[in-house]
Design a binder for this molecule. Sequence first.
Ligand code: NAP
Ligand code: 8YV
Length: 315
Amino acid sequence: MSRIAVLVPGKMHERALARLKERYDVIEADAASLDAEMAKRIRGVAVSGTFKAASIDALPNLEVISSFGVGYDNVDAKHAATKGVVVTNTPDVLNDEVADTAIGLLLNTVREFPRAENWLRAGNWTPGKSYPLSRFSLKGRHVGIYGLGRIGQEIAKRLEPFKVKISYHTRTRNADVPYDYYPTLKDLAEAVDTMIAIVPKTPQTHKTINAEILSALGPEGVFVNVGRGWTVDEEALAAALKSGAIGAAGLDVFYDEPHVPAALLDLPNAVLLPHLASGSVPTRNAMADMVVDNLAGWFEKGEPLAPVPETPLKG
Ligand code: NAP
Ligand code: 8YV
């Protein structure tokens, strides 16, 4: 009996690729490049990147798309749903890593640790000289979390021992958390002096961190983004950091990765990371395993581990 054919378009985590090859006929190619016979053979896709409607349409017998990462905005899940194709992602296994990164980035932003280290490495720490005191402290801050889902709640739990006040904004209030709820992002921004964004890329979250929200955060304000760059009007953010409308920002994600606007690179009060929040070997291995286990679950039991809400399981 011939093995199930799984398409892997673009780059894929090595461990996932190796495990996929143990089980399936893996075709490393773009959907558009397949001849008709091969296209008909493909029943599954494992992707770490974009998989749009045209690629789904090119595979007539496709059943499942297993996407690497919890955010699956690069996969057209709505279109997949219309075709009866299940889309899966890798939630939860990265919550701790991403939440840890958010806290590290927040501290780096508030206390200027990366700048201080650069100062030391540049040979500036000489007798009688010390790095300037950081303008800001985490002490006494009021942190607003924009998005209190799986990761947002882990960020909140980690913030508790820092003795900061914690509030949040989501569309739906969560009755099970002890934090203050703000029904609009503007209300939250007005109440807090520190905001951490951890919302998905959706039409509703596009450039919601804009000049108005940043100005509500205020001159002592600190903004951290570990969600998606899509959520931020980067021009407005760079302008706010430059004018002092807000105090500092820590960004792990950008609007058009890997492009980072010069206006942000030039700013001393921005800490910039190359989208690495989940980027440790153990966590990426766990995500890689989940990519494979989602496919195996589907093909062996008809039950992938983590189907996304847009694609209900076939009966
Ligand atoms: P999740 O469990 O689905 O949580 C998403 C949260 O965002 C929920 O609280 C949701 O609440 C809220 N939300 C969604 N749309 C909103 C809107 N329009 N306005 C206000 N709140 C909204 O997702 P997660 O697992 O925590 O992951 C969140 C996102 O983080 C991912 O989608 C991904 O884009 C990003 N991420 C980035 C990295 C990185 O490497 N930097 C790593 C992992 C994840 P309501 O539905 O009630 O509004
Ligand atoms: C990964 C992420 O960097 O899970 C997500 O949504 O953004 C990150 O964990 C990304 O998925 C790797 O492609």
